[in-house]
Design a protein around this ligand. Structure first.
Ligand SMILES: Cc1ncc(COP(=O)(O)O)c(C=O)c1O
Length: 359
Protein backbone atom coordinates (compact mmCIF):
# COMPACT_ATOMS: atom_id res chain seq x y z
CA UNK A 1 0.00 0.00 0.00
CA UNK A 2 1.51 3.36 -1.01
CA UNK A 3 0.28 6.84 -0.19
CA UNK A 4 0.03 7.86 -3.80
CA UNK A 5 -0.72 6.25 -7.15
CA UNK A 6 1.86 3.62 -8.13
CA UNK A 7 2.26 5.16 -11.58
CA UNK A 8 3.16 8.53 -10.03
CA UNK A 9 5.75 6.91 -7.81
CA UNK A 10 7.25 5.28 -10.89
CA UNK A 11 7.11 8.46 -12.96
CA UNK A 12 10.25 10.20 -11.69
CA UNK A 13 10.44 13.81 -10.57
CA UNK A 14 7.72 16.37 -11.36
CA UNK A 15 8.04 18.40 -14.58
CA UNK A 16 10.42 21.30 -14.22
CA UNK A 17 10.88 23.95 -16.88
CA UNK A 18 14.47 24.86 -16.29
CA UNK A 19 15.47 27.77 -18.47
CA UNK A 20 18.29 30.21 -17.80
CA UNK A 21 17.08 33.60 -16.47
CA UNK A 22 18.63 36.10 -18.86
CA UNK A 23 18.01 39.69 -19.98
CA UNK A 24 16.62 38.51 -23.30
CA UNK A 25 14.19 35.67 -22.66
CA UNK A 26 13.76 34.09 -26.09
CA UNK A 27 13.25 30.57 -24.84
CA UNK A 28 9.55 29.96 -24.07
CA UNK A 29 7.75 31.51 -27.07
CA UNK A 30 6.50 34.33 -24.93
CA UNK A 31 5.68 37.80 -26.19
CA UNK A 32 8.12 40.59 -25.23
CA UNK A 33 5.11 42.88 -24.51
CA UNK A 34 3.24 42.83 -21.20
CA UNK A 35 -0.50 43.00 -22.06
CA UNK A 36 -1.26 44.89 -18.83
CA UNK A 37 0.61 47.92 -20.15
CA UNK A 38 -1.70 48.12 -23.19
CA UNK A 39 -5.02 47.88 -21.34
CA UNK A 40 -4.40 48.86 -17.72
CA UNK A 41 -6.98 51.67 -17.58
CA UNK A 42 -9.72 49.69 -19.31
CA UNK A 43 -8.96 46.70 -17.08
CA UNK A 44 -9.23 48.75 -13.89
CA UNK A 45 -12.45 50.32 -15.13
CA UNK A 46 -13.91 46.84 -15.73
CA UNK A 47 -12.57 45.51 -12.44
CA UNK A 48 -14.38 48.26 -10.52
CA UNK A 49 -17.68 46.76 -11.75
CA UNK A 50 -16.80 43.31 -10.38
CA UNK A 51 -17.30 41.90 -6.86
CA UNK A 52 -14.33 39.71 -6.02
CA UNK A 53 -16.05 38.53 -2.81
CA UNK A 54 -18.59 36.59 -4.93
CA UNK A 55 -18.24 33.25 -6.68
CA UNK A 56 -20.34 34.32 -9.64
CA UNK A 57 -20.04 37.45 -11.74
CA UNK A 58 -21.81 38.84 -14.81
CA UNK A 59 -18.29 39.01 -16.30
CA UNK A 60 -18.52 35.28 -17.07
CA UNK A 61 -21.48 35.82 -19.42
CA UNK A 62 -19.83 38.84 -21.02
CA UNK A 63 -16.60 36.91 -21.52
CA UNK A 64 -18.46 34.04 -23.14
CA UNK A 65 -20.14 36.46 -25.57
CA UNK A 66 -16.85 38.20 -26.36
CA UNK A 67 -15.07 34.86 -26.92
CA UNK A 68 -17.89 33.56 -29.15
CA UNK A 69 -17.61 36.75 -31.16
CA UNK A 70 -13.81 36.40 -31.42
CA UNK A 71 -13.82 32.72 -32.37
CA UNK A 72 -16.53 33.16 -35.04
CA UNK A 73 -17.42 30.33 -37.46
CA UNK A 74 -20.93 29.99 -35.93
CA UNK A 75 -19.50 28.72 -32.62
CA UNK A 76 -21.84 29.25 -29.64
CA UNK A 77 -21.28 29.34 -25.87
CA UNK A 78 -22.21 25.65 -25.73
CA UNK A 79 -19.18 24.79 -27.84
CA UNK A 80 -16.77 26.49 -25.44
CA UNK A 81 -14.91 25.57 -22.31
CA UNK A 82 -12.10 27.59 -20.75
CA UNK A 83 -9.46 27.16 -18.11
CA UNK A 84 -5.99 27.88 -16.84
CA UNK A 85 -4.18 27.96 -20.18
CA UNK A 86 -4.17 25.50 -23.09
CA UNK A 87 -2.30 23.16 -20.74
CA UNK A 88 -5.33 22.97 -18.48
CA UNK A 89 -7.59 22.16 -21.42
CA UNK A 90 -5.25 19.36 -22.51
CA UNK A 91 -5.17 18.00 -18.97
CA UNK A 92 -8.98 18.10 -18.74
CA UNK A 93 -9.29 16.18 -22.04
CA UNK A 94 -6.77 13.58 -20.88
CA UNK A 95 -8.62 13.14 -17.58
CA UNK A 96 -11.96 12.85 -19.35
CA UNK A 97 -10.89 10.11 -21.78
CA UNK A 98 -8.85 7.85 -19.49
CA UNK A 99 -10.56 4.46 -19.14
CA UNK A 100 -8.09 2.06 -17.50
CA UNK A 101 -4.38 1.43 -16.97
CA UNK A 102 -3.89 0.38 -20.60
CA UNK A 103 -5.39 3.61 -21.99
CA UNK A 104 -3.03 5.75 -24.01
CA UNK A 105 -2.94 8.98 -25.95
CA UNK A 106 -1.27 9.18 -29.36
CA UNK A 107 0.77 12.11 -30.54
CA UNK A 108 3.76 12.92 -32.70
CA UNK A 109 7.42 13.28 -31.84
CA UNK A 110 9.01 15.73 -31.67
CA UNK A 111 6.05 17.76 -30.45
CA UNK A 112 4.93 19.75 -27.43
CA UNK A 113 6.77 18.28 -24.47
CA UNK A 114 3.98 18.64 -21.91
CA UNK A 115 1.58 16.26 -23.66
CA UNK A 116 3.56 13.66 -21.75
CA UNK A 117 3.46 15.68 -18.50
CA UNK A 118 -0.34 15.94 -18.47
CA UNK A 119 -1.10 12.49 -19.81
CA UNK A 120 1.06 11.13 -17.00
CA UNK A 121 -0.79 13.33 -14.47
CA UNK A 122 -4.10 11.95 -15.75
CA UNK A 123 -2.83 8.37 -15.49
CA UNK A 124 -2.79 7.90 -19.26
CA UNK A 125 0.08 6.30 -21.15
CA UNK A 126 1.46 8.09 -24.18
CA UNK A 127 2.59 6.76 -27.55
CA UNK A 128 4.45 8.68 -30.19
CA UNK A 129 4.55 8.48 -33.93
CA UNK A 130 7.84 9.94 -35.11
CA UNK A 131 7.87 12.61 -37.77
CA UNK A 132 10.14 11.72 -40.66
CA UNK A 133 13.29 13.84 -41.19
CA UNK A 134 11.35 15.97 -43.74
CA UNK A 135 8.67 16.51 -41.00
CA UNK A 136 6.06 14.47 -42.86
CA UNK A 137 4.29 11.48 -41.30
CA UNK A 138 2.44 8.35 -42.33
CA UNK A 139 -1.25 9.04 -41.77
CA UNK A 140 -2.27 5.40 -42.35
CA UNK A 141 0.04 4.24 -39.59
CA UNK A 142 -1.28 7.05 -37.36
CA UNK A 143 -4.85 5.87 -37.92
CA UNK A 144 -3.93 2.26 -37.25
CA UNK A 145 -2.55 3.18 -33.81
CA UNK A 146 -5.38 5.64 -33.08
CA UNK A 147 -8.02 3.01 -33.86
CA UNK A 148 -6.36 0.33 -31.74
CA UNK A 149 -8.36 -0.77 -28.70
CA UNK A 150 -6.54 1.08 -25.90
CA UNK A 151 -5.92 4.36 -27.70
CA UNK A 152 -8.34 6.93 -26.26
CA UNK A 153 -7.32 10.13 -28.02
CA UNK A 154 -5.12 11.55 -30.76
CA UNK A 155 -3.35 14.90 -30.43
CA UNK A 156 -2.19 16.84 -33.47
CA UNK A 157 -0.16 19.96 -32.80
CA UNK A 158 -0.84 22.39 -35.65
CA UNK A 159 1.40 24.26 -36.15
CA UNK A 160 3.73 21.95 -34.33
CA UNK A 161 6.01 23.03 -31.51
CA UNK A 162 9.07 22.82 -31.70
CA UNK A 163 9.32 22.47 -35.48
CA UNK A 164 6.90 25.29 -36.36
CA UNK A 165 5.48 23.44 -39.37
CA UNK A 166 1.82 22.90 -40.32
CA UNK A 167 0.53 19.37 -40.87
CA UNK A 168 -0.97 18.75 -44.27
CA UNK A 169 -4.73 19.45 -44.56
CA UNK A 170 -5.21 16.22 -46.49
CA UNK A 171 -3.61 14.17 -43.74
CA UNK A 172 -5.68 15.82 -40.99
CA UNK A 173 -8.80 15.25 -43.05
CA UNK A 174 -7.83 11.62 -43.59
CA UNK A 175 -7.44 11.16 -39.83
CA UNK A 176 -10.76 12.84 -39.01
CA UNK A 177 -12.56 10.81 -41.67
CA UNK A 178 -11.12 7.49 -40.54
CA UNK A 179 -11.64 7.44 -36.79
CA UNK A 180 -14.37 7.87 -34.23
CA UNK A 181 -11.84 8.48 -31.46
CA UNK A 182 -11.53 12.04 -30.11
CA UNK A 183 -8.90 14.09 -31.93
CA UNK A 184 -7.45 17.26 -30.42
CA UNK A 185 -5.97 19.81 -32.77
CA UNK A 186 -3.76 22.03 -30.63
CA UNK A 187 -3.98 25.50 -32.21
CA UNK A 188 -1.97 27.32 -29.56
CA UNK A 189 -0.17 29.26 -32.33
CA UNK A 190 -3.31 29.81 -34.44
CA UNK A 191 -3.08 33.59 -34.71
CA UNK A 192 0.43 33.29 -36.18
CA UNK A 193 -0.50 30.58 -38.68
CA UNK A 194 -3.99 31.83 -39.62
CA UNK A 195 -4.90 28.15 -40.05
CA UNK A 196 -7.83 26.73 -38.10
CA UNK A 197 -10.07 23.67 -38.08
CA UNK A 198 -12.73 25.30 -35.89
CA UNK A 199 -15.00 25.63 -38.91
CA UNK A 200 -15.10 21.81 -39.09
CA UNK A 201 -16.37 21.06 -35.56
CA UNK A 202 -19.90 20.68 -36.89
CA UNK A 203 -18.73 18.13 -39.48
CA UNK A 204 -16.64 16.13 -37.02
CA UNK A 205 -18.30 15.52 -33.66
CA UNK A 206 -15.06 13.95 -32.33
CA UNK A 207 -12.91 17.02 -33.06
CA UNK A 208 -11.65 19.19 -30.20
CA UNK A 209 -9.74 22.43 -30.85
CA UNK A 210 -7.49 23.75 -28.09
CA UNK A 211 -6.27 27.36 -28.08
CA UNK A 212 -4.27 29.69 -25.86
CA UNK A 213 -4.01 33.35 -24.89
CA UNK A 214 -0.36 32.89 -23.93
CA UNK A 215 1.17 33.59 -27.33
CA UNK A 216 -0.92 35.88 -29.56
CA UNK A 217 -2.52 37.78 -26.66
CA UNK A 218 0.91 38.02 -24.96
CA UNK A 219 -0.64 36.68 -21.76
CA UNK A 220 1.41 33.64 -20.71
CA UNK A 221 1.34 34.76 -17.07
CA UNK A 222 -2.41 35.40 -17.06
CA UNK A 223 -3.16 31.71 -17.71
CA UNK A 224 -6.13 31.46 -20.04
CA UNK A 225 -6.90 28.89 -22.71
CA UNK A 226 -10.06 27.42 -24.18
CA UNK A 227 -11.36 24.52 -26.19
CA UNK A 228 -14.02 24.35 -28.87
CA UNK A 229 -15.95 21.18 -29.62
CA UNK A 230 -19.45 19.70 -29.97
CA UNK A 231 -21.69 20.59 -26.97
CA UNK A 232 -21.91 16.94 -25.88
CA UNK A 233 -18.10 16.72 -25.64
CA UNK A 234 -17.92 20.00 -23.75
CA UNK A 235 -20.47 18.65 -21.22
CA UNK A 236 -18.35 15.56 -20.53
CA UNK A 237 -15.02 17.38 -20.29
CA UNK A 238 -16.58 19.96 -17.92
CA UNK A 239 -17.17 17.17 -15.42
CA UNK A 240 -13.44 16.86 -14.68
CA UNK A 241 -12.95 20.59 -14.07
CA UNK A 242 -13.30 22.28 -10.71
CA UNK A 243 -16.36 24.51 -10.79
CA UNK A 244 -14.67 27.90 -10.39
CA UNK A 245 -11.47 27.04 -12.19
CA UNK A 246 -10.81 30.47 -13.72
CA UNK A 247 -10.73 33.40 -11.34
CA UNK A 248 -12.99 36.41 -11.91
CA UNK A 249 -9.82 38.51 -11.97
CA UNK A 250 -8.49 36.53 -14.94
CA UNK A 251 -11.89 36.53 -16.64
CA UNK A 252 -12.07 40.33 -16.30
CA UNK A 253 -8.58 40.72 -17.73
CA UNK A 254 -9.31 38.39 -20.65
CA UNK A 255 -12.61 40.16 -21.35
CA UNK A 256 -10.71 43.46 -21.48
CA UNK A 257 -8.15 41.94 -23.85
CA UNK A 258 -10.92 40.71 -26.13
CA UNK A 259 -12.67 44.08 -26.12
CA UNK A 260 -9.33 45.60 -27.16
CA UNK A 261 -8.24 42.77 -29.37
CA UNK A 262 -7.12 45.01 -32.23
CA UNK A 263 -4.11 45.96 -30.09
CA UNK A 264 -3.06 42.32 -29.68
CA UNK A 265 -3.84 41.27 -33.22
CA UNK A 266 -1.77 44.25 -34.39
CA UNK A 267 1.10 42.97 -32.25
CA UNK A 268 0.72 39.53 -33.83
CA UNK A 269 1.10 41.12 -37.28
CA UNK A 270 4.23 42.93 -36.07
CA UNK A 271 5.65 39.70 -34.66
CA UNK A 272 5.04 37.93 -37.96
CA UNK A 273 6.85 40.76 -39.81
CA UNK A 274 9.75 40.58 -37.33
CA UNK A 275 9.90 36.82 -37.74
CA UNK A 276 10.12 37.18 -41.52
CA UNK A 277 13.03 39.61 -41.08
CA UNK A 278 14.68 37.25 -38.60
CA UNK A 279 14.18 34.30 -40.96
CA UNK A 280 15.69 36.24 -43.88
CA UNK A 281 18.70 37.24 -41.76
CA UNK A 282 19.20 33.71 -40.44
CA UNK A 283 19.10 32.30 -43.98
CA UNK A 284 22.01 34.59 -44.91
CA UNK A 285 24.27 32.99 -42.28
CA UNK A 286 26.15 30.23 -44.04
CA UNK A 287 26.36 27.11 -41.91
CA UNK A 288 23.00 27.84 -40.24
CA UNK A 289 19.99 25.76 -41.30
CA UNK A 290 16.44 26.93 -40.63
CA UNK A 291 13.05 26.83 -42.34
CA UNK A 292 9.78 28.77 -42.54
CA UNK A 293 7.60 28.47 -39.46
CA UNK A 294 3.95 29.33 -38.78
CA UNK A 295 4.49 30.36 -35.16
CA UNK A 296 6.33 33.02 -33.13
CA UNK A 297 9.62 31.10 -33.13
CA UNK A 298 12.36 29.81 -35.43
CA UNK A 299 14.03 26.43 -35.01
CA UNK A 300 17.53 26.12 -36.41
CA UNK A 301 20.80 24.26 -36.29
CA UNK A 302 24.47 24.97 -36.87
CA UNK A 303 25.34 21.29 -36.56
CA UNK A 304 27.83 20.00 -34.02
CA UNK A 305 28.58 23.49 -32.71
CA UNK A 306 24.98 24.21 -31.67
CA UNK A 307 25.72 23.41 -28.03
CA UNK A 308 28.63 25.86 -28.03
CA UNK A 309 26.42 28.52 -29.66
CA UNK A 310 23.79 27.92 -26.97
CA UNK A 311 26.45 28.62 -24.30
CA UNK A 312 27.74 31.67 -26.20
CA UNK A 313 24.20 33.09 -26.31
CA UNK A 314 23.77 32.43 -22.60
CA UNK A 315 26.99 34.31 -21.93
CA UNK A 316 25.59 37.15 -24.07
CA UNK A 317 22.55 37.34 -21.73
CA UNK A 318 20.24 35.62 -24.23
CA UNK A 319 18.20 32.56 -23.31
CA UNK A 320 16.97 30.30 -26.12
CA UNK A 321 15.85 26.66 -26.03
CA UNK A 322 17.73 23.49 -26.82
CA UNK A 323 15.22 21.30 -28.69
CA UNK A 324 17.72 18.67 -29.78
CA UNK A 325 16.45 15.74 -27.71
CA UNK A 326 14.68 14.00 -30.61
CA UNK A 327 16.97 12.43 -33.27
CA UNK A 328 15.42 14.39 -36.16
CA UNK A 329 16.16 17.64 -34.31
CA UNK A 330 19.62 16.61 -33.15
CA UNK A 331 21.70 19.79 -32.54
CA UNK A 332 18.69 22.05 -33.03
CA UNK A 333 17.88 25.17 -31.07
CA UNK A 334 14.72 27.26 -30.93
CA UNK A 335 14.55 31.03 -30.62
CA UNK A 336 11.35 32.94 -29.86
CA UNK A 337 10.69 36.14 -31.77
CA UNK A 338 11.24 39.05 -29.40
CA UNK A 339 11.31 42.81 -29.91
CA UNK A 340 13.28 44.20 -32.89
CA UNK A 341 16.07 45.08 -30.45
CA UNK A 342 16.16 41.60 -28.91
CA UNK A 343 16.15 39.92 -32.31
CA UNK A 344 19.09 42.12 -33.33
CA UNK A 345 20.99 41.20 -30.17
CA UNK A 346 20.39 37.54 -30.98
CA UNK A 347 21.55 37.90 -34.60
CA UNK A 348 24.63 39.92 -33.58
CA UNK A 349 25.57 37.29 -30.98
CA UNK A 350 25.18 34.49 -33.56
CA UNK A 351 27.36 36.38 -36.07
CA UNK A 352 29.91 37.06 -33.34
CA UNK A 353 29.99 33.33 -32.56
CA UNK A 354 30.69 32.51 -36.21
CA UNK A 355 33.48 35.10 -36.35
CA UNK A 356 35.14 33.66 -33.27
CA UNK A 357 34.65 30.06 -34.36
CA UNK A 358 35.77 29.97 -37.98
CA UNK A 359 36.43 26.36 -39.08
C1 LIG B 1 1.80 23.50 -28.61
C2 LIG B 1 1.52 24.08 -27.27
N1 LIG B 1 0.39 23.74 -26.65
C3 LIG B 1 0.09 24.24 -25.44
C4 LIG B 1 0.93 25.14 -24.81
C5 LIG B 1 0.56 25.67 -23.44
O1 LIG B 1 -0.05 26.94 -23.55
P1 LIG B 1 -0.62 27.67 -22.28
O2 LIG B 1 0.39 28.67 -21.84
O3 LIG B 1 -1.89 28.34 -22.77
O4 LIG B 1 -0.92 26.65 -21.23
C6 LIG B 1 2.13 25.51 -25.43
C7 LIG B 1 3.06 26.43 -24.76
O5 LIG B 1 4.16 26.68 -25.16
C8 LIG B 1 2.43 24.98 -26.69
O6 LIG B 1 3.56 25.30 -27.35
Amino acid sequence: MTLFRQDLLRAGPPADISVPRKKHMLCLNESPLDPYRSIDEAFHENLRQVSLNRYFSPVTGELKKALVDYVGHGVTGKNLLWGNGADDMLFACFLAVKEDNQSFVLTHAPSYFDYSTYSRAAGLNIRYQNFKPDLSFDEKEYIEILNSADCRLGVLCNPNNPTGHLLSDDQILFILNNTKKPVIIDETYFEFSGKTWIDRIRDFSHLIIVRSFSKSFSAAGVRFGYLVSAPENVEEIRKVQTIFNTSILVQTFVLTMLLNRQIFLGQVRETIALKQQMFAEMKKISGLKTWATFTNFQTFSIGEKSAALFEHLKNSDIAIRDVGAHPILKNHLRVSIGSAEQNNCFLEAVKDFFEKNQP
